[in-house]
Write a protein that binds this ligand. Structure first.
Ligand SMILES: Cc1cc2nc3c(=O)[nH]c(=O)nc-3n(C[C@H](O)[C@H](O)[C@H](O)COP(=O)(O)OP(=O)(O)OC[C@H]3O[C@@H](n4cnc5c(N)ncnc54)[C@H](O)[C@@H]3O)c2cc1C
Length: 175
């Protein structure tokens, strides 16, 4: 599998599935894999960033225990396919900040608000994880019928106002 994402400034990001994580990937290895799989020649000297990663889905049992509060990937790790893990962490922080600043100067934090925070953020993390898994499922290699159905479905959505729903889902305005 090779994924290719156009970026601003004429750049392109490639993601190549290797089956198991590469310990020390190099731009030459990446260019070779891309060339071997899809026949595209990519100049390894133009590479500006390289990393190897695995996809994982993990959710902490609790985000709040006593004085300890987990946010970000320590609380919920989701597949980067669809790119929402960092958004989730920032949104945790944005919701948590007023609770912490509200406690400054008092001798206690609003426990009920903190409990609600945990319930809400875990619910959002679960939904984002499900969405990331759906993205992964859509990106997996598929037979010709499944691929044609998937592509036609996407083409239809993108040609109608329903594309706004898709954009809303990807930009996580629901969270
Ligand atoms: C390939 C890839 C692409 C991604 N693309 C996107 C994207 O487009 N959009 C998006 O929203 N998300 C994306 N993500 C997810 C995003 O990178 C993470 O969700 C985000 O970085 C999590 O931030 P964090 O601060 O919670 O954790 P981290 O970024 O993991 O930061 C934790 C930090 O703590 C440090 N640390 C660990 N243990 C200790 C210790 N004991 N003492 C001190 N320091 C410690 C670590 O070194 C690390 O620097 C992507 C992830 C990957 C792998």
């Amino acid at each position: 599998m090779v994924e290719s994402f156009p970026l601003p400034g004429g750049l392109r990001r490639f993601v190549v599935h290797t089956g198991e994580p590469m310990v020390r990937p190099t731009a030459d290895m990446l260019a070779e894999l891309i060339g071997g799989r899809i026949g595209s020649r990519v100049d390894p000297t133009s590479n500006s960033m390289l990393s190897a990663f695995v996809t994982r889905r993990r959710l902490a049992e609790r985000m709040v225990v006593g004085r300890v509060i987990l946010i970000g990937d320590s609380a919920h790790e989701i597949s980067p396919i669809g790119g929402q893990g960092m958004n989730l962490g920032w949104l945790d922080a944005a919701e948590l900040a007023p609770l912490l600043t509200g406690a400054v100067g008092r001798d206690r934090i609003d426990r009920k608000a903190l409990d609600d925070f945990e319930v809400r953020r875990m619910r959002v993390a679960k939904r984002a994880a499900r969405q990331a898994e759906a993205n992964m499922a859509m990106g997996r290699p598929a037979g010709s019928i499944r691929r044609a159905t998937r592509d036609a479905g996407f083409g239809l959505v993108l040609a109608t106002p329903a594309k706004r729903l898709l954009a809303r889902s990807y930009s996580m305005t629901w969270s």
